[in-house]
Design a protein around this ligand. Structure first.
Ligand code: AMP
Ligand code: TRP
Length: 353
């Protein structure tokens, strides 16, 4: 006798996002992602993940991976995410991610992955020598999100294409198995949601302090290109003062920032950190010397970031406390993801429970 499976359940609103533990968390990660994780936590059920399995798509030294994993978790907490209310954990502790990623490898098409610009950038010229994991990276990301049937994903602008691929995978899964999903009791046929990217916000794309046409990045060889969340007040001041600008003073109006990427970037950072409108900032600093504006930006950045950096350092020093938070988060994450995987196995026709 076969035991009839419980009917499939509909999904519910849920937020999911991930950050790679690959060193040098910076202002772009904070403004584009982590700060927004904090803003979402009061109104939504949120799952925030340190994606250590994504990190190893490029070589990582094991002890550095551990340190960086704790550091990202510390940044989440220091920025204000409450690990009791929301789930904070590292990806590799929850096997549902890898399991669902394999299934999605069989749903996604090679043609879809061939269009991913981040792979082309990261693989560089020597594409033959890139890891298979780097190529399949977006299917693991889709699995991260859909193992929780998450509906909303706060990310920076650079992740837009990966989110589109996630939606394509969800849609193809729902379509390919529509009859089976209905037969198992879900009338809508929509087992996976098509997750929506939350990319808006004041600074979805923070640029390098050395080159306003390149995004601020963990991997830029110049430390002067980014403000790290662990930088102290002196480092922040030096980096802002040395930030590239053009010889003109700041314009009085927003339109005057066009074709001035470095000036625009610094004003955008100011706006995002202060919560003020660009127009009001230009009203105050337009026409004046760049150095006056930079001094104000130093004060603002130090005021907003150094408490986070200090708290991160304090948390990272107590490794066992962070590890306990990640362990507890992983257990709660498993309690959400394992039932989803059970339903997926049922849909696919895999035998067993
Ligand atoms: P990663 O460091 O690649 O794991 O990125 C973590 C999060 O930070 C993702 O949501 C990215 O989109 C976001 N992010 C990374 N760099 C930037 C940047 N320069 N500006 C805005 N958001 C960024
Ligand atoms: N790919 C993302 C980045 O590099 C990190 C990531 C992995 C992620 N899985 C995710 C982001 C799921 C949002 C949702 O920034």
């Amino acid at each position: 006798m076969t035991i009839p499976a419980a009917p499939l359940t509909p999904y519910r609103p849920r937020v999911f996002s991930g950050v790679q533990p690959t060193g040098n968390l910076h202002l772009g990660n904070y403004l584009g992602a982590i700060k927004r994780f904090v803003d979402l936590q009061d109104e939504h059920e949120c799952v925030y993940c340190v994606v250590d399995m994504h990190a190893i798509t490029l070589p990582q030294a094991p002890l550095e991976l551990r340190r960086a994993t704790r550091e990202v978790a510390a940044a989440f907490i220091a920025a204000g995410i409450d690990p009791k209310k929301q789930i904070i954990f590292n990806q590799s502790q929850v096997s549902a991610h890898a399991e669902l990623a394999w299934i999605f490898n069989c749903i996604a098409r090679i043609g879809w992955l061939n269009r991913m610009t981040q792979f082309k950038e990261k693989a560089g010229k020597d594409r033959e020598n890139a890891s298979v994991g780097l190529y399949a990276y977006p299917t693991l990301m889709a699995a991260d999100i859909l193992a929780y049937r998450a509906t909303h994903v706060p990310v920076g602008e650079d992740q837009k294409q990966h989110l589109e691929l996630t939606r394509d995978i969800a849609q193809k899964f729902n379509f390919d198995f529509a009859d089976r999903i209905r037969a198992l009791g879900l009338e809508s046929g929509e087992f996976f949601p098509l997750p929506e990217p939350l990319i808006a916000g004041p600074a979805p794309r923070v640029m390098s302090l050395r080159d306003g046409t390149k995004k601020m990045s963990k991997s830029d060889p110049s430390d002067y290109s980014r403000i790290n969340l662990t930088d102290d007040a002196d480092a922040i001041a030096q980096k802002v003062r040395k930030a590239k600008t053009d010889p003109e003073p700041l314009p009085g109006e927003v339109a005057g920032l066009a074709a001035r990427p470095e000036a625009e970037n610094l004003v955008t950072i100011f706006a995002a950190l202060s919560g003020r409108e660009t127009a009001s900032i230009l009203g105050e600093f337009g026409g004046g010397q760049f150095s006056t504006f930079k001094n104000a930006l130093v004060d603002l950045a130090v005021e907003k970031l150094s408490p986070i950096g200090e708290e991160m350092r304090r948390l990272v020093d107590d490794a066992s406390a962070i590890d306990a938070i990640l362990l507890d988060g992983a257990e709660r994450a498993r309690a959400l993801a394992d039932p989803v995987l059970r339903q997926v196995r049922e849909i696919m026709g895999f035998l067993g429970r």
